[in-house]
Design a protein around this ligand. Structure first.
Ligand code: NIG
Ligand code: FE
Length: 404
């Protein structure tokens, strides 16, 4: 048993908006929080870590990443910065299809080693739960290969890894689109279910990808097989898939740049979590202000994620995402803190983490700072000084704070 003391223990509220700050001791037994107490009883004989005024908060949950891929798209990035659009590049054969070729060429060992390094970086930035999507092979065997690598790498890493099948990420050039969709529903989904290779099924429903009826066909089959569903929705154009997927019980609808009020109200009714991906919005030179206003008006809590991928978001640090969310889109801390913890966990169907309460997982991070107002202000610097997974410190670095 151990205890962690801080005068600034931050715990997101159940509502998913706002957080409480308290002073006290978090008592940890095994993987879980046993108690949160104002003081320790004399009988406590475990190790006590005293973080003084430094913030302790739940570890980050990353509910949307594409962290398994070969190659990079740095040249495409510069084309976009010089004015080319994501859709133009995709239509010219770049985009997801160019990463597909690089991923197909990479060996299992290369992909596993890249994924491991990326998970290490997520961990250093305070994430103990990361979702990883397949989607850069786009063949039956290849997508299964990616999911196996995600499962195998996740099995021994300190980060809890959740796997999502995103075979419908783009339409492979060498396939007839209807044949490919038939293969997904008739062969790939059942095999993934049988081998338990994925926790979720996702579809990119948008311009350059799949339309609403194709997405619903895949989701209906996924539901029949017992998968939870997530959707890339309303990113490049409005399709209405967020509303339709919500009616099918989707766990989350992600992106939502072009979402409309009615989509959000249907999502609210069905408990579908909106997940915003600020780095992608920023790097696609799009805006989130309208979406944020609608979410505020409807009073909906939301999750956030980096969307780490080689194309639209080469951002792997949650804190860079937070910097963008605060400085570019003006998202307040009351929204940010729950969005990267309790709401991000809910976007993965998890209610066992993301808050500092008795009974929750003791997945906690200590920050170098004593005030959440440093977030965004630190711009480009991770505030994480230690990561606790239960009774164990799984990452620690020397305090390098230049402010206090
Ligand atoms: O979430 N939108 C689809 N998938 C990614 C982009 C993937 C890529 O460009 O390689 C996204 O933005
Ligand atoms: Fe994505």
């Amino acid at each position: 048993m151990i205890a962690i003391h801080s005068d600034h223990v931050v715990s997101p509220k159940d509502s998913g908006i706002g957080y409480d700050i308290l002073s006290g001791y978090i008592v940890i037994e095994g993987e879980n929080i046993k108690d949160v107490l104002p003081s320790l009883p004399d009988s406590f004989d475990g190790k006590v870590y005293d973080f003084g005024k430094s913030i302790i908060m739940p570890a980050i949950v990353e509910p949307h990443t594409h962290a398994i891929f070969g190659g990079d798209r740095a040249s495409e990035f510069h084309m976009r910065m010089q004015g080319a659009s994501y859709v133009e590049i995709a239509k010219a054969g770049g985009g997801i299809l160019s990463t597909m070729s690089k991923t197909r060429q990479a060996s299992d060992e290369e992909l596993a080693s890249l994924l491991k390094k990326r998970l290490d970086i997520f961990l250093k930035n305070g994430a103990l739960t990361v979702e990883v999507k397949s989607g850069y092979d786009l063949t039956h065997e290849g997508e299964i290969r990616l999911l196996k690598i995600i499962r195998n790498t996740g099995a021994w890493h300190d980060v809890d890894v959740y796997a999502t099948y995103l075979g419908a990420h783009a339409v492979p050039k060498d396939r007839d689109r209807n044949d490919y969709i038939e293969e997904i529903v008739g062969r790939t989904l059942p095999e993934i279910r049988e081998k338990e290779l994925a926790d979720f099924v996702d579809v990119f429903c948008d311009e350059t990808a799949y339309n609403v009826s194709e997405a619903l066909k895949i989701f209906t089959r996924a539901k029949e097989l017992g998968f939870a569903i997530k959707v890339h929705a309303e990113e490049l154009k409005h399709t209405g898939i967020s509303k339709e997927a919500a009616k099918l019980g989707a766990l989350s609808a992600d992106h939502l740049i072009k979402v409309e009020r009615e989509d959000l109200t249907v999502m609210k009714e069905h408990g579908t979590i909106p997940t915003l991906l600020p780095p992608t919005v920023y790097l696609l030179k799009e805006d989130l202000t309208r979406t944020l206003r609608l979410l505020d008006e409807i009073g909906m809590p939301f999750a956030m994620a980096t969307d780490f991928n080689p194309g639209s978001s080469p951002v792997i640090s949650t804190w860079t995402m937070v910097d963008i969310a605060i400085t570019r889109f003006g998202i307040p801390l009351e929204r940010i803190i729950p969005a990267i913890t309790i709401m991000a966990a809910r976007a993965l169907g998890l209610s066992d983490r993301g808050q500092v309460n008795a009974g929750k997982k003791a997945y906690l991070i200590a920050l170098e700072v004593d005030n959440l107002e440093y977030l965004g202000y630190l711009f480009g610097v991770s505030p994480v000084k230690a990561v606790f997974k239960g009774e164990h410190i799984v990452y620690e670095h020397e305090d390098s704070n230049v402010w206090i």
